[in-house]
Design a protein. Structure first.
Length: 372
């Protein structure tokens, strides 16, 4: 019995009739870009998240790019981002004409803190992008307080964390703006790329809405130089079917995490993911820290068990950012995590039998190989 890292087929089959109906509704309308389906999804997401505005766009990457392009920041201004995250977080900064400045993260939550952001702050800092990595919110109360004192814009990268909560609110709803992704592997995944920008700022929402359609509200009238980043109606229709199930799926992921915790507790040299007090973690990934990560991964693969490494190379050491001067040793927590992290299957339909098989395979590795 193989265990994939992710299997999207069971979710589709469980909603097949509704999804097929939604897709055909769009096909029969022959309206494929923006329009009523996108507007309805935007309203439903805004209500779910508790924000005034949700602006659909072409991808989670663009959901980061558009609010950064909307900033009134000097070209080349600094934007602090974690080095331990997906490339798009920093790539969007660069493509907005700004300069990514990399910071370290907390070793237990994998997220930035006010302290790690402060260590990277300069008088050229215009914005910060805290990432809610793997489905858990960064400590936004302290980050927002720090940002207000410094006078910098806060863009939440909530691409992996839709539905996650803390005392401050839902992920994507507690900064100046938020960015979410609907890539198929996300907890709320479409049938392709898609994203949304969230904000309570009317002026920012208006600028983002213009930027996504070449910089204007009216066709052939352009108030700024924008781009083509429109959300497809097909994606919106699919996401509207899935959105009411999101919290149930998150609860099932959390239950899988609880089971892993029980089965993997007490293994020396293996650190389980920490849920910070007051947080509701939605476990887009269940990520361990283990010193002999590659050996464990090979052991699992030999038994038909999938796993993932998010992320093997720190962003400050990526070749494309070499000109920014990053060097080995600059961000020791990130550099260590990149050598240790291993993500296990945790999708809602995993089931207790397959989950137990994964956990027992890991315990067998430690039993035969000793502590790490």
């Amino acid at each position: 019995m193989d265990v994939p890292l992710l299997d999207l087929v069971p979710q589709y089959l469980s909603l097949k009739a509704q999804l097929d109906t939604a897709v055909m509704r769009v096909v029969e309308s022959q309206r494929f870009v923006l329009g009523a389906e996108v507007e309805a999804l935007e309203a439903e997401l805004a209500s779910y998240l508790g924000v005034k505005h949700a602006i659909g766009c072409a991808s989670g990457t663009d959901a980061l790019l558009l609010p950064l392009k909307a900033l009134d920041a000097e070209p080349g201004s600094d934007v602090i981002v974690p080095s331990f995250t997906f490339f798009a977080t920093a790539g969007a900064v660069w493509n907005a004409g700004l300069r990514p400045v990399f910071c370290d993260v907390d070793p237990e939550t994998f997220n930035v803190t006010a302290a790690t952001l402060d260590a990277a702050w300069t008088d050229r800092t215009a914005a910060v992008v805290p990432v809610h990595l793997f489905g858990q919110m960064a400590p936004m109360a302290e980050i927002n307080a720090w940002a207000e004192k410094k006078g910098v814009f806060v863009l939440e990268d909530a691409a992996q964390a839709i539905g996650a909560r803390s005392a401050q609110g839902r992920a994507g709803a507690v900064g100046d703006a938020g960015a979410l992704s609907f890539f198929p592997t996300k907890n709320l995944g479409g049938f392709g790329d898609g994203g949304v920008v969230t904000t309570d700022d009317d002026a920012l929402a208006d600028k983002v809405a213009k930027l996504r359609v070449h910089g204007g509200r009216q066709m052939y009238h352009h108030e700024m130089v924008g781009t083509n980043s429109r959300l497809d109606a097909l994606q919106a229709a699919v996401l509207r079917v899935k959105l009411p199930h999101l919290d149930t799926w998150a609860a099932e992921r959390a239950e899988n995490a609880r089971r892993y915790h029980g089965l993997l507790a007490g293994l020396e040299g293996l650190a389980l993911p920490l849920v910070a007090p007051g947080n509701i973690h939605v476990f887009n990934q269940y990520t361990l820290r283990v010193d002999r990560r590659d050996e464990v991964r090979e052991h699992l693969a030999a038994q038909g068990i999938g796993s993932g490494v998010y992320y093997p190379v720190p962003l400050h050491l990526q070749a494309c950012f070499a000109g920014l001067g990053g060097a080995v040793g600059d961000l020791p927590v990130t550099e260590t995590l990149c050598k240790q992290v291993l993500s296990l299957p945790i999708f809602p339909e995993l089931g207790e039998e397959r989950l137990t098989r994964v956990a027992l395979a890991i315990r067998a590795f430690f039993g035969s190989q000793g502590s790490v």
